[in-house]
Design a binder for this molecule. Sequence first.
Ligand SMILES: Cc1ncc(COP(=O)(O)O)c(C=O)c1O
Length: 415
Amino acid sequence: MEKKSNSAEKILLNYYQKERKRQKSTLNLIASENYPSKKVLFYGGSLLMNKYAEGYPGSRYYQGCQYIDKIEELTIDLAKKLFKFEYANVQPHSGSQANQAVYLALLKPGDKILSLNLLAGGHLTHGAKVNFSGTFYQVHYYNLNPFTQKLDYEEISKIAQEVKPKLIVTGYSAYSLKIDFAKFRQIADRISAYLLADIAHTAGLVAADLFPNPINYADVITFTTHKTLRGPRGAVILAKKELGAKIDKAVFPGNQGGPNPAIIAAKAQCFLEALQPEFREYQKKVLKNAKAMADYFQKKGVKVISGGTETHLLLIDTKNSYNLTGKEAAEKLEKIGVICNKNMLPYDSEKPWITSGIRLGSPALTTRGLGEKEFKEIAQIIHNILQNPSDPKLKKASKSKVEILVKKFFQSQKH
Ligand SMILES: Cc1ncc(COP(=O)(O)O)c(C=O)c1O
């Protein structure tokens, strides 16, 4: 029996080491991933996770929470300072649970939500049929303009007037341009709807003042801490003060049990790092690097959705540009060590498992130290391989170019 568990332990460790090696030997262009600091990892995996702390600082259902209270208070203060907002709940385990808590706080089952169609860059929790949001609420969609592939505020306003939703959702998983939150506020005000800004993807850019900030316009803001913000897996809800009590109740006991104090401490560490001037410099590079890729593709005549990027990500129409589905393109890239995800495109005719495009993001490799020159080189590697996916010589050459970049920038780093 013991022997068996020993060998299972070895197998587990072996898989961990293999994953570590994979992360250190490939170029990661997944827009929602990043590499947090050693300190974030320390707190996130620390003994703080041993503590049960249902409730909130000062009113817990368990004894022994005096230090956890202080940690959570500090994390809340740092979140409020970083985003200049009046209320924060730092307990959500994930972005999905944060959104779930917001709906629970502001809506009743059957109420109407207006959000961006999933095909055009929205998130599952914004009303997908297969998600709780599409099950419990009546979901209506706005779309991107079919010609410009940009948000069309007049059209959104028209739909909002017709539908009269109780909540409008803005903020996306795969939209590469800026968002005019003031216009969304006007649209919401005309029909007395709540406005939720889900800035899961752009939180790091917002914190660095490099992307429009919804603070003056949204009633509630949700964001994940593990994407551009470069913190632990988890999320935060910011809200107008008067909605705070409702949100707290919706998080606990509404849809979560005990918070994870280890991750809460790791969030504090992440916010401390995001308050440093170097973080802003990092985010500037994130933007420049994404743009370097988009510019390269556009110069080559490749279809970049919405005409380019003003964020950390871009979408490429692989079907029209290379005659490859998103699935085929992403798989071909993985074979040479470039990791990205297939992605639905606006008005996509393919199924979500196939898709017509890929999404490319710059945050992870920017953390690894790669700059505009390297991102351009990566775009070139991608372009060549997608143009000639069955050329064995090119495949070999591309693979070795990837290996050279990996070796130069991060393979030998301990972290
Ligand atoms: C816009 C948006 N909201 C919410 C989420 C959900 O976050 P999580 O995966 O932590 O549940 C994501 C994740 O990709 C997202 O892109």
